[in-house]
Write a protein of this length. Structure first.
Length: 54
């Protein structure tokens, strides 16, 4: 059984006309004009982290 590290929690926020994805681990995605693309960046980050932990 693997020890569970703290889960990554992502959010998106807006700064002016840009959307940014952020994670509780400190990762921040690039500023995007598309909110949907910022959410995709966050989902990609989570998939990457799930594949490397454990």
């Amino acid at each position: 059984m693997h020890a569970q590290s703290s889960p990554h929690t992502t959010t998106t926020s807006e700064r002016g006309s840009f959307a940014l994805a952020r994670c509780s681990c400190g990762w921040t995605g690039p500023a995007r004009r598309s909110r949907d693309r910022a959410r995709t960046d966050a989902a990609d980050h989570l998939r990457t982290k799930e594949g490397t932990e454990g």
